[in-house]
Ligand binder design. Structure first.
Ligand code: FMN
Length: 356
C-alpha cells in the first residue's frame, strides 16, 4: 500500500508535526468587552487538537485598540488577562498533540470605524472597497491614508501582539497578509497608490510586510514559528485579483522567501483553480519560486482532495470541514465520503451556538 502522506509527519522547523492537517484560522466574533473569546470557542480549538489536527490556528487576533478591528467581538492579546485566558488553551492544544499558532492582523480599510476606540479607518491610500460593508449595510468609509507615524505605530501593534502570543506560550505566530486586509492592501496596487517608499514598485509595496516581519522576529524567540498567509482575493470586492500578474505574485513570494520565516500559507477559494490565466494553481505558482514549506487551503474536504492538494504543498489547512465536523480528521483517515460544506453553513460560527 502507498504511504498515506497526509498522515505522515512533517518537520516544520523544530516541530515534528504528527500529520499534514491544520485547522485554518477562523474568526468567531465571540469576544465582546474584554477581547477574550468565549470559553466554548476556546474549548473548540482544544477539541480539534485532541481530535487529530497537527496544527491549530487561532482566529485572527487584531493588533491594537485603535483602528485594527473589522468585526464585532474580535480578540486581542495585549493585556495580562487576555494572555492568561489563552495560556491554558495553548497548553491543552499542545497536550492534544498539536502545535498552536496565533494569527495576527489589522483590517485596514475593512475596519469598522464605530467599534474602534480611535474611531479611525486607516489604509495605504484613501480608497474604499467598491462594495458595501455586509455587516453594516453601508458603504465602507473612505480610509485615511496612513502617515509614516501611523505605519510605525501599526507595526509596533503587530510586535506587541506577537509578544502577547509568546507570553501565552504559543508555538508560533502567523502574520495575516491575505484576504484584502491591511498588509494585503499594501501589497496590492488595487488599494495602494502611494507615491512614497511604501507604494509604486512591488518592492516598495512589500516594504510594510517586510517591516512587520522584522519587528515580529525581534520579539519572538528563535524556536517560535513565524508563518505568513497570502491570497490573491479579498473579503471585499471578492472578484478582484489583488495581484495584476503571475510575475507580480511570484515576485512577492520571492521577497517573502528571503525572510527568515518558516512557511507560506496560501489561501484560495479552491486549491486546484488555475490562477492568473496560467495552467497552474496558486500552490504550484508559489512552489515554483520558493523552497519554504507551503500550506494550502480552499475547498479541501476529504482524503482525495487533501492528497491532490498535497501534490503541490506540504500541509493542508481546512476551515469549514473542521469547523462543522468534529470528527473530520478521523473521517478522512477512514476515507469516508464527506460533505463539502458551503459558506452559509459556516455562519453558525458567528452565533452563540456552541460547536461540537
Ligand atoms: C467562520 C470562518 C472564519 C474565518 N476567519 C478567518 C480568519 O480569521 N483568518 C483567516 O485567515 N481566514 C479566515 N477564514 C478563511 C479560512 O481560513 C479559509 O481560508 C476559508 O474558509 C477556505 O477554506 P475552507 O474551504 O476549508 O473553508 C475564515 C473562514 C470561516 C469559515
Amino acid at each position: 500500500m502507498d504511504k498515506d502522506i497526509l498522515f505522515s509527519s512533517f518537520q516544520l522547523k523544530n516541530f515534528k508535526l504528527k500529520n499534514r492537517i491544520g485547522v485554518a484560522p477562523m474568526t468567531r466574533m465571540s469576544s465582546p468587552g474584554g477581547s477574550i473569546p468565549r470559553q466554548d470557542v476556546l474549548d473548540f480549538l482544544v477539541r480539534r487538537a485532541k481530535n487529530g489536527a497537527g496544527i491549530v490556528y487561532t482566529e485572527g487576533i487584531v493588533t491594537d485598540y485603535e483602528s485594527a478591528q473589522g468585526y464585532p467581538g474580535q480578540g486581542r492579546i495585549l493585556t495580562q488577562p487576555q494572555i492568561n485566558a489563552w495560556k491554558p488553551v495553548v497548553e491543552e492544544i499542545q497536550k492534544g498533540g498539536a502545535i498552536a499558532i496565533m494569527q495576527i492582523f489589522h483590517c485596514g480599510r475593512i475596519a469598522w470605524q464605530e467599534i474602534n476606540p480611535a474611531n479611525r479607518v486607516i489604509a495605504p491610500s484613501p480608497i474604499a472597497p467598491k462594495q458595501d460593508n455586509p455587516l453594516t449595510g453601508s458603504p465602507y468609509p473612505v480610509p485615511e491614508a496612513m502617515s509614516l507615524f501611523d505605519i510605525e505605530h501599526v507595526i509596533s501593534g503587530f510586535a506587541e501582539t506577537a509578544k502577547g502570543a509568546v507570553a501565552a506560550g504559543f508555538d508560533g505566530v502567523e502574520i495575516h497578509g491575505a484576504h484584502g486586509y491591511l498588509i494585503n492592501q499594501f501589497l496590492s496596487s488595487y488599494s495602494n497608490q502611494r507615491t512614497d517608499g511604501y507604494g509604486g514598485s512591488v518592492e516598495n509595496r512589500y516594504r510594510f510586510a517586510h517591516k512587520i516581519i522584522q519587528a515580529v522576529l525581534k520579539v519572538i524567540p528563535e524556536d517560535c514559528l513565524l508563518t505568513f498567509r497570502i491570497s490573491n482575493w479579498g473579503v471585499a470586492d471578492m472578484e478582484v485579483s489583488l495581484f495584476d500578474t503571475k510575475e507580480e505574485y511570484q515576485e512577492i513570494i520571492r521577497l517573502l522567501s528571503k525572510e527568515p520565516i518558516d512557511a507560506i500559507s496560501v489561501s484560495t477559494y479552491e486549491y486546484h483553480q488555475k490562477a492568473f490565466g496560467t495552467n497552474k494553481n496558486m500552490a504550484q505558482l508559489t512552489r515554483e519560486v520558493t523552497e519554504l514549506p507551503i500550506m494550502i487551503c480552499g475547498s479541501i474536504y476529504d482524503h482525495a482532495s487533501s492528497d491532490d492538494a498535497l501534490k503541490d504543498a506540504d500541509i493542508v489547512l481546512s476551515a469549514k470541514s473542521l469547523l462543522l465536523n468534529p470528527d473530520w480528521v478521523e473521517d478522512v483517515r477512514a476515507n469516508k465520503t464527506l460533505h463539502r460544506y458551503k459558506s452559509e453553513e459556516a455562519n453558525i460560527a458567528y452565533t452563540e451556538t456552541p460547536l461540537p
